[in-house]
Design a protein around this ligand. Structure first.
Ligand SMILES: [Zn+2]
Length: 448
């Protein structure tokens, strides 16, 4: 059987991930993501109303025109998890394929909300829920399996396409967490089995994000302990404490909510995406928040809540807000600019349970936000965080578990691939033979 891989997006930079695998007559698409920084760099762009081709030209969504060179039928579109760089282009591209979108329950819910917000295309693809550990027949000879992984968003999986020539493992995005705060540990046992059963692993596509960093990525349990340490240390402070983190990082939000209670403050979630992700996770029973936990997304209800906090005393609350990257329209940035009823005083604490995504736009915006907060007297606690991506020893363990015949580095720039290429070469792979460094829009034929 012929197996080939189309590297459509995410092979030149992080963002707009999309890869297609053809096995015989069947094609499966993994991820359909958005590169948000390409959108934010323009003022007032509303992607909801934009046409796909314009977004492709901006570099915001994958250029899927290479799909016409793949001879076969698309049988499934499979987003691995709910981050925008993996699902953000579904509302712009999925309608071109007569195939269901297959994902875990939390991811499907986020896809559904995204499709609802789309104004240009009526995306009508079936939405099929499949959980980690489950399989689905693809055509007559292939099978799709979801393996549970741990990442900075809940319900993440790595999909595996089992073909008669061996398995294709799509390895974006994960860290090896054996003590996650929500959900099950990464299923390394299953990866090791897949590496040894049948024809073994034909190809492994890997997220190279932290490949240049030594050692292993710490568990979410470590970020949780770090957060507890910081919050306990300011337990006696009688002024304002404000926290921010990735809205989609439900495990982190859960820790913030619990520790707020431990130090005698009422947590409240503020900002549109805070309300969206946490509300969805609670509705689907992934997390059990206190019944009276307030979540407010709309500007008016947010401002009303801030007024209430000021009236009842800042020392009684922990607002958990959007704006960890200094996004101009996010809540924390507005607080820094003095645009909300919440007034910061000298010595008030601002907790960033996040790391700046190393990208010039983010770095600039975050710098500005911190300066504005600092000018009002706020003290900054930064980097209370662990990454959602594997470091070197994780990458080594994955290669050891899967023993793939071919390896394709992904989810990075050419510069970002370099440390991974070193690591893979040390494991016996050779560039041009079985280690494929590629760009967006290429085909890699694995078997004839
Ligand atoms: Zn991700």
């Amino acid at each position: 059987m012929e197996v080939e891989i189309a590297t459509i997006g995410g092979y030149e930079a992080v963002g707009r991930q999309m890869t297609a695998v053809r096995a015989g007559d069947d094609v499966v698409i993994f991820d359909m993501g958005l590169n948000l920084s390409k959108v934010l760099i323009h003022d007032n762009v509303e992607t909801e109303r934009m046409h796909s081709l314009d977004l492709i030209d901006m570099g915001a969504i994958p250029d899927d025109r290479v799909m016409s060179d793949l001879e076969g039928d698309v049988k499934a579109i499979v987003p691995t998890h709910g981050h925008l760089d993996h699902i953000g282009a579904i509302s712009k591209l999925a309608h071109r394929y007569d195939a269901p979108i297959v994902a875990t329950p939390f991811t499907i819910e986020l896809v559904k909300q995204q499709i609802k917000g789309e104004e240009k295309f009526g995306v009508q693809n079936d939405l099929v829920k499949m959980s980690a550990g489950e399989t689905m027949q693809i055509g007559e000879r292939n099978e799709l399996e979801f393996v549970n992984v741990t990442h900075s968003i809940i319900d993440a999986i790595n999909p595996v396409l089992h073909t008669p020539e061996g398995s294709v493992v799509y390895g974006l995005d994960k860290r090896m967490d054996h003590t996650p705060v929500i959900g099950d540990p990464i299923d390394m046992k299953r990866f090791r089995e897949i590496g040894r059963e049948g024809e073994g692993v034909l190809c492994y596509i890997e997220d190279c994000t932290n490949a240049g960093r030594k050692g292993r990525t710490a568990s979410e349990a470590v970020a949780r302990r770090h957060l507890k340490d910081v919050m306990t240390s300011i337990e006696d402070y009688d002024g304002g404490i404000v926290a921010t983190t990735f809205s989609s990082h439900i495990a982190r939000v859960k820790s913030l909510v619990e520790f707020a209670d431990d130090i005698g403050r009422q947590p409240v979630l503020l900002g549109r995406s805070m309300e969206k992700y946490s509300g969805t996770a609670e509705r689907l029973d992934f997390v059990d928040f206190p019944e009276d936990l307030g979540m407010y997304g709309h500007r008016k209800s947010v401002d009303r809540t801030f007024k209430r906090i000021m009236n009842e005393g800042k020392e009684n609350f922990l607002p958990i807000v959007t704006g960890h990257q200094g996004e101009p329209r996010a809540m924390l940035t507005r607080m820094g600019r003095g645009e909300t009823p919440y007034e910061l005083d000298d010595g008030d604490k601002v907790l960033f349970s996040a790391r700046v995504i190393p990208e010039p736009t983010n770095e600039g915006q975050r710098y500005q936000s911190e300066k504005l907060l600092g000018m009002q007297g706020a003290r900054i606690y930064d980097d209370i965080h662990v990454s959602g991506h594997l470091r070197q020893e994780g990458h080594y363990e994955m290669l050891d578990a899967l023993q793939p015949q071919h390896v394709i580095p992904a989810h990075q720039s050419l510069e970002g691939f370099a440390p991974y290429v070193d690591l893979a070469e040390n494991q016996g792979y050779k560039v041009g033979r079985d280690l494929h460094i590629t760009r967006n829009g290429n085909m890699i034929q694995l078997t004839e």
